[in-house]
Structures are given as C-alpha cells and as structure tokens.
Write a protein that binds this ligand. Sequence first.
Ligand SMILES: *Cc1c(COP(=O)(O)O)cnc(C)c1O
Length: 386
Amino acid sequence: MDGKQIIEEDKRCVAGTYARFPVVFRDGKGCRLYDCDGREYLDCGSGIGVNIFGVNDGKWKEAVTEQLGMLQHTSNLFYTRPQADLARLLCERTGADKVFFGNSGAEANECAIKAARKYGEEHGGRYGIITLKDSFHGRTIATLAATGQEEFHRHFGPFPEGFTYAEPTIEGVEACITDDTCAVMIEVIQGESGVNVLPEKFVKGVEKLCRERGLLLICDEVQSGNGRTGYLYSYMAYGVHPDIVTTAKGLGGGLPIGACMLFGDCAQVFGYGDHGSTFGGNPVSCAGACSILERIDDGLLGQVREKGRYFAEGLRGIGGITDVSGMGLMIGFKTGRPAAEIAKKCIDRGLLVLTAHARVRLLPPLIITKDEIDRALEILREVIEE
Ligand SMILES: *Cc1c(COP(=O)(O)O)cnc(C)c1O
C-alpha cells in the first residue's frame, strides 16, 4: 500500500475524531522522521511531547525488548519487578510516598480526582475540585468536567458535579472555595491552551491558600513533566510541594503509561478495591519508563534549560513572531496568522510543529541539537517572514 491508499483506508475505517496532516510516517531516528516516500522531517512535536529521547532511542528499545522477551503482561493480581522499580524511582526522584499506574494522562488525572474525593470524604465530607479557566486535563467524562474550556464540553453533558473553574488569580481561586471544596488542580504550564506559564507568585499563592484552607494541591504534569521544562516536573521550578502529581506523555518513551503520585497523608487514602486498571503498570511500559527516568539527570535538565533559552532567543529574533512563552523545551508563540496555517506550511517544508489554540507550540525531543534548532529556526523564519 502506498501513502495515498493508507490515508484512504484510515479515512474509511478510523473514527473521524482527528484532523490529520496528510503524512504517513514509516520510521525515524532521534529528531528525524521519514514518511513512506522517504521524505525527511525535523521533529519539534515529539508525538505531542512523548518521544523525549526521539524515536528509535537505543537504550529504551533495549529495556523494552529485554522485558518483552521475558513477560509482557500479568495483570495487577501479581507483582512485577519493572512496576516496583518504576514506582521506587518516581518516589525517590519526587519525594512521593505511593504511585498508581494507569495508561494515559487522562487516567492519571481520573486517579487524582478519585484520590482527592476519597480524601475529602474522610476530611469533612468534601468533594469539590477547583480547576482553572483554560485548563486541560483530558478527554474522559470526569477529566473533561475538570477541563475549564467550554468548547470541549459541547455535546457530552451532563458531567459529574463538583468542578468549578477559577480565574487564574489568587482572588479568583479563593472566590471558588466553598465548604465542599477538597482540592485545587493546576497545570503549572498550561500546554493545550497555548503554553501559558503560570507565574511563580500565583502558584506559590495557590499552595499557601491550599495549606490555610485544608485543600489538596494537585499538579497535572502530564505534558510539562519528565524533563520537558528543564526540571524533572515543572512544579519543582517554583519549589512548591503538591499533594498529588500526575504524569504521562514523556514518561513512557512511546508506550502508553500514566502515573498518579501521592504524597504524605494522601498516600494512605486508597485501600484494596478502591481503584484499578487491567493494563496499568504493564511491565513492558514500566521497563521502558525506567530507562527514560534514569536518564533525566541534572546534566540533561541543564541542557534542556540552555537549549530552551537558545530556541526562545532565536524565535524572538524572527520578525512576525510575538509573545514567545515557555520553560525549557516547552515553547509557544504567536504570529499574525492562524497557527494551523503556520503548522501546515512548516510540514510542507519538513518541520513538524504543534499548535495550541491560536499559538504555535514546540515540544522537540530533549536530545535536539543546536544545529537542529538552527535548522528549525531557519524554516520557521522562511514560513513566517514569507
Ligand atoms: C495530554 C494531556 C492530558 C491527557 O493525556 P492523555 O494521555 O491524552 O489522556 C491531560 N493533561 C494534560 C496537561 C495534557 O497535556
């Protein structure tokens, strides 16, 4: 089958939820992808923030294939070494006390919502969760309810009760607190709404408010986690201490995994039967994730911060680009034109970029080189200044 036939078959048989670009990828290495005609693309999207060590990463493949040759699945009726190892690594690196594994970001957030609600029930019968306007927490019904964007809610109501959307100010969050509130959930850097970095003062203020009012602080690090921002998790940039942290995307190196980390008192909230997932913490995904997490060390994080500054500086030097935002290698910017049009033109010239609302979004693999950043800037300059 050639590319055209694959696209026709996909359009005929796959549910029409994705507005795909007309490109069929076949293989790749690092930050380079090749389509089925052999055309090369430079990757500044990482499959939406997933492939943090690029594609075909040797160490990850080794870890995954070794586990694949031993055991692929057991269910959570039994113990496996990769799941225990990954949980220990996450606890060591974050100070979390317990981890629950699912298979995606939305599932990690579902777990966080359940943990917060059970904790709230045990502490005064509370269940309300405050999230922010313009947030994004996933596509399941509960995580959509948590998502503070009207457009995602159309067609799918009624939603579970107990979610309120605050303006991203301390007064805004405070105004949403009632006797029923048990938690505040934030993305320190809102990805889907356009790489919107919440100010340090605000995040610290939310933490303080949570402490004063007995609320849990939940950080959704699904997109901003796992080294993306030059910190292992972006909340670490501000030195705050959440009670629950969720992550997914970059953790699995390309295989599905989501993790919900529980800190302090919160870690004791779940008992037998409270939550579960057939595939969650699958040994192959976990073996791969261990090989990823082990390599997100201080050296790599320093490089991510440095390369992020370099990339952002380069973008600021391009006429027509405004409003560059981000942290590390999670970057967004505006141009005078629709972001989708810029993305399409970049792809025509062999550069993969993402969009988020009206903004272009860049989430390159963390291993991107300065030469590759220069090449990406060159293509962006051509497209935007044309
Ligand atoms: C992508 C994303 C999710 C949802 O993750 P899925 O793996 O697609 O379910 C949740 N929260 C944030 C911040 C995300 O960026």
